[in-house]
Design a binder for this molecule. Structure first.
Ligand SMILES: *[C@@H]1O[C@H](CO)[C@@H](O)[C@H](O)[C@H]1NC(C)=O
Ligand SMILES: *[C@@H]1O[C@H](CO)[C@@H](O)[C@H](O)[C@H]1NC(C)=O
Ligand SMILES: *[C@@H]1O[C@H](CO)[C@@H](O)[C@H](O)[C@H]1NC(C)=O
Length: 445
């Protein structure tokens, strides 16, 4: 363990920026400005909290003012206090982690979520400043000594300048002109459309076609008789989560894909679990017919998926779970070549036998899970977790014509940020929601 990776450092880094690994190129200037913004907002919100608490005694007056002006009786004061408390806690926590980062000599890079809230944080700071200015002017008039007037004025002007100028440095990918907005990222269905149908079933992939996905993302394993089939879980709990294996084979413990033949696998129901456990609380939105279809799904073979993909001109991207990469790769490649799918639609991800695959099936599109391998092998396609790159890094890669797919992106705000940053595509559970978006949730300027 290097001194850069002691548990304390990793924890602090992870909490603040969600980058558990040491960042090699800290962007100091922006990071410092960030630190500034967080510091100033924390300070302001603490002051504001203080004002709120100091006027707690007069809360009825505040509520009454609110009622008189807005003609609605709401506990305005409580609303104010709660909103202030949330803002204050958020900022102070961020600040604390930032201080720990500084103490540990770590770079200050904010996580995507904080990047999303940044513009709103700044607006919040402006609002707080405006509210505070009332008290500042009172203080200014009450102050007797010239020097204290001067001090109040200097502090106030500095803070205001800092807050109003910092957007110049604020890094939020959606602070761009609408005309510079990149093309909307393509959608890859993560195991199909797992919120609308049981994952990795033909129903799931069919439903993802309706969301306009350009690729199916899935997981491949090989049965005892060497048939590649689609199943994510590959640990000792294999098959238990998504099939009725316990009912069908009550006295057997399967731990590996090679424990069952393709015929045995096909005898399992791979959809009832979805209706029973309702993993995304989405079953109530299904029609009667859809519920019936969902309850009647079986495990698909890779060949079935490739045929569907070929018919609809949709790409296929998969992880290969296997303890025998060598043989399993050979059989998987043979299955693909025999399916007749256009080879460029196959996005080949498993790294272990890439050289063999390249020789046997030169038409496949090679996808890399890290930039170094991609550059070494003159590739042009990356598939990484969304938090791996900052928005600048994504922009940099895109400007070098690298295709960047990010997994797994399910929330609209995150999709919006990655859209602004220029991601080529995202792997998602929410294709039905993202399909409806014709612009990011917000674009500023
Ligand atoms: C399942 O496969 C594993 C690994 O090949 C093997 O060790 C185990 O005995 C098999 N179990 C059954 C029930 O066939
Ligand atoms: C689906 O329904 C058909 C008949 O309607 C039945 O033969 C088949 O076994 C069912 N499949 C599953 C996985 O339940
Ligand atoms: C398949 O889709 C690609 C883009 O994803 C397009 O360039 C190509 O023309 C399509 N092929 C057919 C046969 O529709």
């Amino acid at each position: 363990m290097s001194p850069d990776d002691s548990w304390g450092r990793v924890c602090s880094r992870g909490l603040y920026s969600c980058h558990w690994k040491h960042a090699s190129t800290p962007k100091r200037k922006r990071a410092l400005c960030w630190f500034w913004v967080v510091g100033v907002v924390s300070l302001l919100s603490l002051c504001w909290m203080y004002v709120c608490l100091a006027t707690f005694n007069d809360r009825d007056d505040v509520n009454w003012e609110g009622f008189a002006n807005l003609k609605r009786w709401v506990n305005w004061f409580m609303v104010l206090i709660i909103m202030s408390a949330v803002l204050t806690s958020y900022c102070v926590l961020l600040l604390l982690f930032a201080l720990v980062q500084v103490a540990l000599g770590e770079p200050l890079n904010l996580h995507w979520l904080h990047q999303a809230t940044a513009p709103f944080l700044q607006l919040g700071a402006v609002a707080a400043l405006t509210l505070l200015s009332v008290f500042v002017f009172q203080g200014f008039h009450v102050a007797e000594e010239t020097w204290s007037k001067f001090l109040i004025a200097v502090i106030f002007v500095t803070l205001s300048a800092a807050i109003f100028l910092c957007p110049l440095y604020i890094q939020s990918p959606c602070l761009i002109e609408t005309s510079k907005l990149p093309e909307k990222p393509k959608l890859f269905g993560h195991r199909g459309a797992p919120m609308l149908a049981p994952e990795n079933t033909m129903m799931s992939f069919n439903r993802s076609i309706a969301c306009g996905v350009t690729a199916f993302e899935t997981d491949v394993q090989l049965s005892k008789d060497r048939v590649p089939f689609l199943m994510h879980d590959n640990n000792p709990g294999f098959l238990r989560r998504t099939t009725n294996v316990k009912e069908k084979f009550p006295n057997k413990e399967f731990s590996h894909s090679s424990n069952l033949t393709w015929e045995e696998l096909q005898s399992l129901n791979a959809g009832e679990w979805f209706l029973k456990t309702d993993p995304y609380s989405s079953v109530s939105n299904l029609s009667e017919e859809e519920v019936e279809t969902a309850g009647n799904q079986s495990i698909p073979s890779l060949l079935q998926l490739l045929q569907l993909a070929g018919q609809h001109n949709i790409s296929v991207l998969f992880d290969l779970y296997s303890s025998n990469q060598e043989n399993d790769t050979v059989d998987t490649v043979n299955t693909i070549l025999s399916s007749g799918i256009e080879p460029s639609l196959v996005l080949w991800l498993p790294p272990t036998k890439r050289e063999y695959v390249n020789k046997t099936a030169p038409g496949f599109t090679q996808i890399y899970d890290n930039e170094r391998d991609m550059v070494n092998e003159s590739g042009g396609h990356l598939n990484v977790k969304y938090s791996k790159f900052s928005s600048e890094e994504i922009r940099g890669l895109r400007s070098r014509n690298v295709w960047v797919n990010l997994w797994v992106v399910n929330e609209g705000w995150l999709f919006s940020l990655l859209w602004c940053a220029g991601a080529s595509s995202v792997t998602t559970n929410s294709c039905h929601l993202f399909k409806e978006m014709d612009q990011p949730n917000w674009v500023m300027i």
